[in-house]
Design a protein around this ligand. Sequence first.
Ligand code: PLP
Length: 397
Amino acid sequence: MAHINAHFLDLPGDYLFSEVARRVAAYTASNPDRKLIRLGIGDVTRPLVPAIIEALNKAVAEQAVAESFRGYGPERGHSFLIRAVIRSEYAELGIEEDEVFISDGAKCDLGNFPELFAADSTAAITDPVYPAYADANIMCGRRIIHLPCTAENGYMPQLPATRPDLIYLCYPNNPTGTVLTKEQLQIWVDYARARDCVILFDAAYETFIREPNIPHSIYEVPGAREVAVEFRSYSKAAGFTGLRCAYVVVPKSVRGLAPDGGRVSLNGLWTRRQSTKYNGCPYIVQRAAEAVHSPEAKAQLREVIDGYLDNARRIKETFERLGLSAVGGVNAPYVWIHLPKGVDSWDFFDTLLTKAGIVSTPGAGFGAHGQGCLRLTGFGAGAATAEAIERLRNFSW
Ligand code: PLP
């Protein structure tokens, strides 16, 4: 019998969302008439905007005609999309065409990228955190260094006491909705340069940033092009959670160490990895993604994102009126609520479910340092969010 990769046995169970689903199903079974409002969701609810639908339809029509039909595209993505990304997102940041790689999702990219590093390298990961970073490294047998992000440190992770090889940073953050200023991010870039670390910067929520002095890209920070790889996604930015498209920026100047002591460009390794294991994001989806960068789509998407942010802001204000402090919801769709001292996040989840019929996500599910907190999102429909706010008017726990 073939031996399995035993590191898979080290993975924690898929506890968070399955446990949420189990508790919701149990409640619904005994309260079938109660309409639940789901404020825990991390998926978008608004449809694709007209400018994107138009581009999709046009690309579909092209596929019906021999002259414009497209088969396999370049593994790294069509140049029309790569050029649109550079023009729209990186015009003044010095990123070149052969440093952008189109894919079908940031989750795959974030999960696949650690393949480039030695099995015994270490990864520093913030806590609480989007679970995919840790799991992808556990699958390779890596040691994880947890970086607490809490109200006490203002949600700015402290530099680790021991040097990690990889550093995962996600800003705007899921689940806390917090951001780092340019100066705060500079501390991490300087650290990575001084210690020869690679920063994996997840900017999946970049389009939600509304405040000035919050970097949209890590490459706005001097020196980042030597040490940082940036992950972006059209999922939340443009409603592509079902359509699927994302990209990674791997500057040629970001390097790792070879066994002989030589310094190897990660760009070359990622090119090799993608051309071996990936055959490219669908042509019609890349045309839709290209349209995201058009002025028409940008205006239409701004309104969609503003709607999600407005939901988040109203949710945050509602809990603040109830006497609970919260962060996030300003530059991110996530609101991170601090529960009263000593209250367990799963207990509060149950109270919110049974007393108000509202589904949330317990902070403890995102890591040990999420205990005592709750994640709510602005991704619900406006009317559902308004009803939730109404139900919470006289809420007590
Ligand atoms: N990164 C973060 C922080 C996310 O929250 C998500 C999705 O929820 C992703 C990446 C994955 O994005 P994609 O849909 O492009 O795979």
